[in-house]
Ligand binder design. Structure first.
Ligand SMILES: O=c1ccn([C@@H]2O[C@H](COP(=O)(O)OP(=O)(O)O[C@H]3O[C@H](CO)[C@@H](O)[C@H](O)[C@H]3O)[C@@H](O)[C@H]2O)c(=O)[nH]1
Length: 211
């Protein structure tokens, strides 16, 4: 996955299917203000628990935004990627299985499809429980994400997962102890808030009482 040999930056093409920047103007308390925004896709994320193995199923992948963010935080900017000083592994995340809402299917159907494509579990939508809906990027995109929960067993496994087309996604099974360490005080990791919140929700609501 980290077989990345070259990284560089370029301007955003106006026809990007993923990100559209623009400015919103408004008058608040009689004062004209503006805010720079990004239109991005809404998304779904699924807390997946394999009850056969008592393992949480997450995905590991290289995230360009995280690679950029780690370097920008450390150096105050990103001129050019020095792969020796900053290996691609610093941009690898552990996340919930997730996907963008970019097709005309129900959100639950999209969640079902992502579980199959990314993690290899084939389950009917009826087994996917909605957990909560929230907005991420409240300063930039305000995008909506719906979080779901699904218990799976080894019998639901149709294939190894890994994503479609040229996606490179590694399925990772975490023991309850390993997952708990990710959300303990002082933890530092590359995971997005949705993943950390999903794990905390799991421990508060679903984990076996011994965990
Ligand atoms: O600039 C881009 C952006 C996306 N993609 C592709 O678009 C797809 C998007 O992947 P998908 O699995 O549908 O969504 P995620 O990338 O997992 O992202 C979702 O899940 C994340 C974790 O919850 C959230 O942070 C994000 O906002 C949310 O969109 C992938 O095939 C990417 O290769 C590109 O090729 N170029």
């Amino acid at each position: 996955m980290e077989n990345i040999t070259k990284i560089w930056l370029g301007p955003l093409p106006e026809d990007s299917p993923y990100v559209k920047p623009f400015r919103m103007y408004y008058v608040q308390n009689g004062v004209e203000k503006n805010w720079d925004l990004l239109k991005v896709h809404d998304s779904v994320a699924i807390v997946l628990f394999n009850t056969t193995r008592q393992k949480l199923v997450l995905v590991r992948q290289f995230r360009p935004a995280v690679y950029h963010g780690v370097i920008a935080s450390e150096k105050g900017g990103f001129d050019k990627a020095d792969l020796k000083a900053f290996p691609p592994s610093i941009g690898v995340t552990l996340e919930l299985c997730a996907g963008i809402v970019d097709k005309s299917m129900s959100w639950q159907e999209i969640a079902r499809e992502e579980m199959l494509e990314e993690c290899g579990y084939d389950v009917p939508v009826e087994r996917i429980e909605q957990v909560m809906v929230y907005r991420s990027g409240v300063g930039s995109s305000g995008a909506k994400q719906a979080m779901y929960y699904c218990e799976v067993t080894d019998a639901d496994k149709a294939h190894g997962g890994g994503g479609v087309d040229d996606e490179l996604i590694e399925v990772v099974e975490l023991s309850l102890e390993e997952a708990k360490r990710m959300v303990q005080q002082g933890a530092v990791n590359n995971s997005p808030p949705s993943c950390l919140m999903g794990l905390m929700w799991f421990f508060a609501n679903k984990a076996p009482s011994s965990a």
